[in-house]
Design a protein around this ligand. Structure first.
Ligand SMILES: *Cc1c(COP(=O)(O)O)cnc(C)c1O
Length: 422
């Protein structure tokens, strides 16, 4: 049995001064019950909580920990920068190195701007797409999450899906009216939307592999169709690779599927666990960003020295160790074998979800048809066995390079036992 009393007491205290006791909604375990475990320490594939429990971690800080917790090159880079100062509000050489490396790893990105969160990256990319095209409308897909950007909180995935919330209060109708929300994997719907609003659509924004309604891969031809339609109608294709960037390949999902979007949003892995994100793309488009162009976007802590040092150490390692991706592929593929008949496993690289349904899950509608009450039981049984999964059916599990073969086998054994019990 795992111990919970310290976390429970901390959670009670937290709820007095923090809404819901957490600083981001899905951390609250609302859909699986109980108090969330308050974490103290991480090492490799393991995290340790305030009650002294040890867990095998399949959240990895919701994506960033591709190489495990306290990855030595990241820790070493942070130590060095710490001695020099934590923020200057002036440019530094490492930011240039980081930009050069991002552009090398992700060839569709010719110019890039660093920001501090994935939300900021998608919000800014959208503003630039609107400013560049002189149009207002955006096409997004149901169940995709692009951060808590006002106009994109329409049929959003992640915590919004987990909590079953309606579209968020506080978003003026005028903002949500600029968004056309369509079913994921439905290229015909996109074609029709372009037919009705062709000269008003600034951008199509998509998670090339959806990860915020659980993992849902793109149907063959879907991303290609988006690219063609955008080119044909003068709209920009924005890949939100905040989750997939540097996780599915050093060049992200766009490398895996061979698509060249006009703009890309990056986050999560790019910071190695520190708050950093980026948006970039075609040079003619990014040249519209101030101070080289008229579209305003800024940030006091953008390109923060600590965050850039951590991110640079992370990206350099991925650049020089491409074999990481083969390892992740192999470990995660092995993990999928734990699921019995009657469970649908979706996986791309080291992102995966076990859906409690025997039907294919290809979009938000089919994701919502899953038995979330069985997921809740499964989650808690796994937690009792020291396996820490995302506390929602609508979030992908992440495997890190620090998960050993033995870790994977232990997880498979636990999962077989738990599937049989729920
Ligand atoms: C996590 C995520 C975001 C938001 O990033 P934050 O850093 O949490 O603001 C945006 N898009 C996708 C695809 C994400 O997974």
């Amino acid at each position: 049995m795992i111990k919970r009393s310290v976390s429970e007491a901390l959670f009670e205290r937290a709820k007095r001064h923090i809404p819901g006791g957490v600083n981001s909604p899905v951390r609250a375990f609302r859909s699986v019950g109980g108090a969330p475990a308050f974490m103290v320490r991480g090492e490799g594939a393991r995290i340790f909580d305030a009650d002294g429990n040890e867990f095998l971690d399949y959240i990895g800080s919701w994506g960033p920990m591709l190489l495990g917790h306290r990855f030595p090159p990241v820790i070493e880079a942070l130590r060095q920068v710490l001695e020099l100062g934590t923020s200057f509000g002036a440019p530094t050489e490492r930011e240039v190195e980081m930009a050069e490396l991002i552009c090398e790893l992700v060839p569709s990105i010719e110019m890039v701007r660093l920001v501090s969160s994935g939300t900021e990256a998608t919000m800014s990319a959208l503003r630039v797409a609107r400013g560049f095209t002189g149009r207002d409308l955006t096409i997004k897909f149901e169940g995709c999450y692009h951060g808590h950007v006002d106009s994109l909180l329409v049929k959003a995935g992640s915590g919004v899906a987990t909590l079953g919330l309606p579209d968020s209060p506080g978003v003026p109708k005028g903002f949500s009216d600029t968004t056309v929300s369509l079913p994921f994997n439905d290229a015909t719907a996109v074609e029709e939307a372009f037919r009705s609003h062709a000269d008003k659509i600034a951008a199509v924004i998509v998670e090339p592999v959806a990860g915020n309604m659980g993992c849902v891969p793109p149907a063959p031809g879907f991303l290609e169709a988006l690219s063609e339609l955008c080119t044909k109608h003068g709209a920009l294709l924005i890949f939100d690779e905040v989750m997939t960037g540097f996780r599915l390949a050093a060049g992200g999902a766009q490398e895996v599927y061979g698509i060249r979007p006009d703009m890309t949003a990056l986050g999560k892995v790019i910071g190695g666990g520190l708050p950093i994100a980026a948006y970039g793309g075609r040079k003619d488009v990014m040249s519209f960003v101030a101070p080289s162009g008229p579209i305003y976007q800024a940030g006091t802590l953008s390109g923060n020295p600590m965050a850039v040092a951590a991110g640079l150490a992370m990206l350099r390692h991925l650049h020089t160790h491409p074999e990481v991706y083969a390892l992740l592929e192999q470990r995660t593929a092995r993990l999928t074998t734990a699921a019995p008949v009657g469970i649908t496993t979706n996986r791309v690289g080291s992102m995966m979800t076990w859906f409690f349904t025997d039907q294919p899950v290809t979009d938000y509608e089919t994701a919502k048809q899953t038995a979330t009450s069985r997921f809740r039981t499964f989650f808690n049984l796994m937690l009792e066995r020291g396996i820490y999964l995302p506390p929602s059916q609508f979030e992908a599990m992440f495997i890190s390079a620090a998960h050993t073969e033995a870790d994977i086998e232990r997880t498979i054994a636990a999962a077989r036992e738990c599937f049989a019990l729920c």
